[in-house]
Design a protein. Structure first.
Lengths: 492, 245
């Protein structure tokens, strides 16, 4: 800039009178008794009055509602006289036509040298818009409160224990059920107290899962035992959810459902099956011996045939009983293995051959390795696994015509991989998680006979061999069950 | 001289007139429970739902400080509190000064208190949203005071350091009280200071007090409004001194 602007021009830019009258706020000056002695155009426009209708004719409190006037007399006037100012009091201001608008009124006292109040100046802001926002905010707050109360009510009346933990691992919410279950009289409930009530056998596993969720952010479900107020342990299914939204207050959200009844029912079922199968075993063995005795006699052909068929049926019966006994052995961790080194090729061939006799609907295709592959395993139990898997494959692929049993030797891992592939109904990904559970039956297949024990037993047998049964399946396209056994290299 | 503040104020409201009396009298100032620097935890909603509860506190002050020949100066609702106290234990009191008294604010059959029920509802509604300014009422309502304690802090620095909830209760007790029948039992001489244009205790109420109270002097002031001890301290002092002569 080459030269300074003309001072007169600068001065003319600020027209105080213009600013006073056209300010976005209303200005009003009063005598100490409230008489109006000055008013700006903005306020006159809001009120609908002419200047002369107001000046020296009206007092400020005449512009207020009845409640506002009482408030003005009892609070506004004493406050301005003593404090010299008031800030943002919310009054309803009445217009000439009787309608009104909400306004914030701030005021300052003007004093003479002896500190006597001479006049009061008021700044008035129309807050009609602001009031609407405030009302909306209050409504939203009210709504949030109602929603919170609703969920709190649901949480409080729920039979499940419900809790949330904050990022620091402290309880940020616990419902009534949980507090009643854990709280000791006269003590605040701490997460440590709860942890002490988890059965020792579950603690480490639980902590590990906990750390996993912390890393992965994944939800999980687990079954644990908790000690109740009477000192007894009860089974609970615990669900832990890690909310997507970052919140310091809710890092983990969890529920615990009492499944003690359910677990006890399963246990009673196990006991009954164990007892019944033991009782069945002896008469079946006796029956088998008599039938085998009969075989050693010269018999007419039809009778011989009946005896053979009876023995065949009896073998199936024995397989069933041994399955049931396996379950109780697994439950009591008494599944003993009778290990020996044998060629898995041969076992597969003989098992498949035997199964071919009983399977008229499906062609059982065996794809084996030519080379002899030896494994160290319990021959009986491995054949039990294979029989189980092949029978399942047949059973759950009613529309298909073949089942493929394959043996592949993996050189790099020295493992023999056995897989059984069917082209049947398949298993949905949700059900895949549960099929190895005891007594679990695939939903669609509940009409078919079966105990829901085959896969449970097979999985346990393989686990005792240090192996694991895996499944790949697609609903409607079929399933492949697969397991591996380490290969033994024998020197010849 | 025992000064009792009115609704909406605290003992600071006497600051313009007490000096004029301090040479001749022992001056006693106090805040009612809920006002000023009083202990808010002492507030008992049951006790203070009646003016008798407040009168009891006045008598307690007299008893604790072993006061005699008390000149009781009560503003607004405190006028009635003073009458109730003096009726119960007249031995403490010598004279009562009633500034803007009203024995009943609500209109009744054959009685014009100045207020209809709906006016008072309007006031209470007003107080709910506005007790000591917008930010004091709306901000905590919207944001929740517990989360933002600093929003409530300005209350303690303002003129009326009154707890809003207690103020609401005090307002109800004040405006719904009816002490007309207590006036005739007063055995102590009293002065009524009546302002002009007082919408809270209009002139006809001053007349009513005068006509129904034994030994009452009515003085009609030049001052207008409801708080002459604040807006016209000189005139108030003069009127009281004349009466005490």
């Amino acid at each position: 800039m080459s030269q300074l602007p003309d001072p007169e021009l600068l001065a003319s830019l600020v027209d105080l009178e213009l600013i006073y009258h056209h300010s976005p706020s209303g200005y009003l000056s009063l005598l100490p008794d409230g008489s109006i002695i000055r008013v700006n155009k903005t306020l006159l426009n809001w009120l609908g009055y002419d200047e002369k209708e107001i000046l020296y004719h009206k007092k400020f409190d005449e512009l207020l509602s009845r409640g506002g006037r009482i408030h003005y007399e009892m609070i506004f006037r004493p406050m301005i006289t003593i404090n010299g100012e008031v800030k943002e009091l919310n009054y309803e201001i009445t217009r000439k036509d009787g309608s009104s608008f909400p306004a914030l009124v701030s005021g300052n006292g003007i004093y003479d040298k002896e500190m006597n109040l001479q006049a009061i100046t008021l700044v008035i802001t129309d807050i009609t818009q602001r009031n609407l926002y405030e009302k909306e905010l209050l409504k939203a707050k009210e709504l949030a409160k109602t929603e919170k109360e609703r969920f709190q009510y649901l949480a409080e009346t729920s039979p499940e224990m419900i809790w949330t933990l904050n990022a620091a691992g402290k309880l940020s919410y616990a419902n009534k059920r949980l507090i009643e279950y854990f709280k000791l009289p006269g003590k605040d409930l701490k997460i440590k107290d709860i942890f002490c009530r988890i059965h020792k056998a579950n603690r480490i596993k639980l902590l590990r899962q906990w750390l996993d969720t912390n890393d992965s952010g994944k939800n999980y479900t687990t079954i644990i035992r908790l000690q109740n107020q009477q000192g007894n342990y009860e089974w609970f299914e615990m669900n832990v959810i890690v909310p997507d939204k970052d919140s310091n207050d809710i890092k983990w959200f969890g529920t615990c459902m009492n499944v003690d009844e359910h677990m006890n029912a399963i246990s009673r079922k196990d006991d009954f099956i164990n007892m019944a199968s033991h009782e069945l075993k002896t008469p079946v063995t006796v029956l088998q011996s008599y039938l085998q005795l009969m075989q050693s006699f010269e018999l007419p052909d039809p009778v011989k045939d009946y005896v053979n068929k009876s023995l065949g049926t009896l073998r199936k019966f024995q397989f069933l009983i041994s399955s049931l006994l396996n379950v109780s052995a697994i439950n009591t961790r008494e599944l003993a293995l009778n290990l020996s080194v044998f060629p898995i090729n041969q076992l597969l061939e003989s098992v498949v051959e035997e199964l071919r006799h009983t399977s008229s609907t499906h062609q059982l295709i065996l794809k084996s390795e030519k080379e002899e592959i030896k494994v160290n395993a319990d021959k009986e139990r491995i054949s039990q696994v294979i029989i189980n898997l092949v029978r399942n494959a047949v059973k759950y692929s009613p529309g298909a015509s073949s089942v493929i049993i394959q043996l592949v030797y993996h050189n790099e891992t020295s493992k023999a991989e056995i897989s059984i592939r069917d082209y049947g109904v398949g298993i949905s990904s949700e059900e895949v998680k549960k099929i190895f559970d005891r007594y679990y039956r695939v939903e669609l297949q509940k009409g078919k006979p079966g105990l829901g024990l085959g896969l449970y037993i097979s999985q346990n047998i393989l686990q005792s061999h240090g192996s694991r049964l895996t499944v790949e399946s697609e609903a409607g396209k079929g399933s492949t069950f697969c397991f591996s056994l380490p290969v033994v290299r024998t020197k010849i | 001289m025992l000064f009792a503040h009115g609704f909406g104020c605290d003992q600071q409201s006497w600051q313009f007139i007490t000096d004029a009396f301090s040479e001749d009298y022992k001056i006693i100032l106090f805040d009612y429970v809920g006002a000023g620097k009083s202990d808010l935890s002492a507030f008992d909603p049951e006790k203070y739902s009646r003016l008798e509860g407040y009168a009891e506190d006045v008598l307690n002050i007299c008893e604790s400080l072993d006061l005699r020949n008390v000149i009781f100066v009560g503003h607004s609702v405190s006028s009635m509190i003073g009458i109730l106290a003096a009726n119960k234990n007249p031995e403490y009191f010598e004279k009562l000064i009633l500034i803007g008294p009203s024995p009943r604010y609500l209109n009744d059959e054959g009685y014009k208190g100045g207020f209809e029920q709906k006016d008072l509802e309007n006031l209470f509604e007003f107080m709910d949203s506005n007790y000591l300014g917008w930010s004091g009422a709306m901000a905590p309502a919207i944001m929740g005071n517990a989360d933002r304690p600093e929003l409530g802090q300005f209350l303690t620095t303002s003129f009326c350091t009154t707890d809003p909830d207690i103020a609401r209760s005090f307002a109800r007790t004040t405006f719904f009280s009816d002490n007309r029948k207590d006036l005739k039992n007063l055995k102590i001489p009293s002065l009524t200071l009546q302002c002009r244009e007082d919408i809270i205790a209009p002139e006809q109420i001053g007349e009513f007090v005068k006509n129904n109270t034994p030994e009452n002097t009515l003085y009609l002031m030049e001052a207008s409004g409801h708080c002459p001890h604040i807006s016209a301290p000189e005139e108030t002092i003069k009127a009281i001194k004349n009466f005490l002569k």
